[in-house]
Design a protein around this ligand. Structure first.
Ligand SMILES: Cc1cc2nc3c(=O)[nH]c(=O)nc-3n(C[C@H](O)[C@H](O)[C@H](O)COP(=O)(O)OP(=O)(O)OC[C@H]3O[C@@H](n4cnc5c(N)ncnc54)[C@H](O)[C@@H]3O)c2cc1C
Length: 530
């Protein structure tokens, strides 16, 4: 029987940060539990390897939503990382923090102490920024943030077309103003993915006060009255109990509410119906889910203007050699190297849509994996930054092994429909610029049979095609499920620290904000110990 000061459930973006920061003091005994395995596979280090992790049971939980009413009742596939590093080991690596407005909204929702001025030091503490050396950035943190290494001619053409369409260039989306277009930066180090396992766990692994257990699927949190006292895990076919003074759920926006509910923390009526003993009535657990939803425009091009053929068949060999020996070439790019943040209407305090562009085109193959399209193509996608639509994640049974019911409720708000439609018009307008035209063949998606001048037809296309940007948040929100110190309201010895506590999804990709949350959460926990 082991007894720890802190038990952290989930070694993802947040969990690895916590494991490092909490175990700095050798007197504090920390146990990190991860349901998945190690992060040794090259697929988790070669940036382009992420495509092969999709629907791969070794690295991906492969969730899906319930049929989404506003998306033609389609079930949307939701990949989630399952290894040391969690989703930071399979994500697109784009480093974006969000905008001050996001954190003003967090504060209004009850997250006292989480204003922009108060979170910025934690973004900086985490960051090891390659090129921007100013007040907005940190340069000696564990998280490498580096420039795109494989800048392609079509990236420049698309940036030029965005300028032509009136979107100004912005050299730093994480500087004083997010607005504009340009290259993203990636959480990479010298062409290698830099997950939180690489940045935070590797340097801490040899600490004797840190125990890391992989393949440790936490089944439930144990309580003595209203105090959490440990967890029950299943590991290599055996049930084990691990005791600790403080349990931290860092299992992500899907599994953290799931774990709370199977452990008896949730809506009392819902739990009682499933035969679960109610430890604490917390009706907001699993509610208020948010996610970003994108829709795409794909154009055919000449082969030399698209990356597609470079990453398929025998061409993969030189690409792999280039990565292996030089850390250069197409395999250094996992997702979209180019992007923009724009306003769909006048008078907004911050951009309300985000664009991603890649000089390639992908599809899901029969195994559900992402692969490059046969034909040469380029793709741009757009998503609303601050959606209003909210959904929920709830367990269907008391068995942790049964995936929960995910209802994203995408586009249930008229504002969200209108904003995505306007975002699609911005994308189509960029592709229509004179600088872009010489490089394009036919429009592949929406196909030329879609009358994109008609709002109705374009909306029908969105309902058919739109999908997740992989940013679920807010299912254990600050102010509703946890307090501003990220402790579960009404219970003792239990915190949730991961993307689920964001009161609102941030205006951008969610990894950096999750890491910031964990940096601040670790400080709060250490301060409380005195
Ligand atoms: C495919 C994909 C692409 C993305 N692209 C980007 C991007 O380019 N930029 C960006 O900023 N964000 C991106 N994101 C989002 C970002 O990665 C996530 O918001 C972030 O990683 C969430 O961190 P987390 O700590 O909340 O959860 P996770 O990192 O998902 O960690 C949760 C961990 O808990 C473990 N776990 C779950 N249940 C249990 C259990 N019962 N017992 C033990 N362990 C458990 C999981 O295996 C996992 O390791 C992407 C996400 C995905 C999936």
């Amino acid at each position: 029987m082991s007894h720890y000061d802190f038990i952290i459930v989930g070694a993802g973006s947040a969990g690895c940060v916590l494991a490092n920061r909490l175990s700095v003091n050798p007197d504090i005994r920390v146990c990190l539990l991860e349901a998945g395995g190690s992060n040794r596979s090259p697929l988790l280090h070669v940036p382009a390897g992420w495509a092969a992790t999709f629907n791969n049971p070794s690295f991906d939980w492969s969730f899906e939503t319930e049929p989404e009413p506003a998306l033609d009742s389609r079930r949307i596939y939701w990949p989630r990382g399952k290894s040391l590093g969690g989703s930071s080991a399979i994500n697109g690596m784009i480093y974006v923090r969000g905008v001050p407005l996001d954190f003003a909204a967090w504060e209004q929702a009850g997250a006292t102490g989480w204003s922009w001025e108060e979170v910025l030091p934690y973004y900086k503490k985490a960051e090891r920024q390659q090129i921007h050396h100013d007040d907005m950035h940190g340069t000696d943190g564990p998280l490498h943030v580096q420039d795109v290494r494989d800048k392609r001619p079509m990236d420049e053409v698309f940036i030029g077309a965005m300028n032509e369409a009136g979107i100004p260039s912005n050299p730093d989306f994480n500087g004083v103003d997010q607005t504009g277009c340009g290259y993203y930066q990636f959480t990479q180090n010298n062409g290698r993915r830099w997950s939180t396992a690489s940045g935070y766990l590797t340097p801490a692994r040899s600490r004797t006060n840190l125990t890391i257990l992989t393949h440790a699927h936490t089944q439930r949190v144990l309580f003595e009255g209203k105090r959490a006292c440990g967890v029950e895990i299943s590991r290599r076919g055996k049930q084990e109990t691990i005791y600790g003074q403080h349990v931290i759920l860092s299992s992500g926006a899907i599994a953290s509410p799931q774990l709370l509910e199977v452990s008896g923390v949730g809506d009392a009526q819902r739990l009682a119906q499933l035969g679960i003993h109610v430890v604490h009535h917390a009706p907001d657990v699993g509610e208020h889910l948010q996610d970003h939803l994108f829709c795409k425009v794909v154009y055919g091009t000449k082969p030399e203007h698209s990356i597609n053929r470079e990453v398929q068949g025998l061409n993969l060999i030189p690409a792999a050699l280039k990565w292996f020996f030089l850390r250069q070439g197409p395999l250094t790019t996992g997702s979209a190297p180019v992007g923009a943040f724009c306003h769909t209407k006048e008078g907004l305090e911050a951009p309300d849509v985000q664009i991603h562009f890649a000089s390639g085109g992908t599809l899901y193959n029969n195994e559900g994996k992402i692969q490059a399209m046969e034909e040469p193509a380029v793709t741009a996608v757009v998503n609303q930054s601050r959606p209003e639509s909210r959904g929920s994640i709830h367990i269907k049974s008391a068995d942790i092994n049964e995936a929960p019911s995910i209802v994203a409720n995408y586009l249930s708000s008229p504002l969200d429909q209108d904003t995505l439609l306007k975002g699609m018009r911005i994308l189509l307008n960029i592709f229509a610029q004179s600088g872009m035209r010489p490089y394009l063949n036919d429009r592949l998606s929406p196909g030329t049979d879609v009358d994109v001048s008609s709002d109705e037809d374009l909306m029908a296309y969105i309902r058919r095609e739109a999908t997740t940007v992989y940013h679920p948040t807010s299912t254990c929100s600050i102010g509703k499920v946890v307090d501003e110190n990220l402790r579960v309201i009404g219970l003792e010895g239990l915190s949730v620290i991961d993307a689920s506590v964001m009161p609102y999804v941030v205006s951008g990709n969610t990894n950096a904000a999750t890491i910031m949350l964990a940096e601040k959460g670790a400080d709060q926990l250490l301060a409380a110990r005195g």
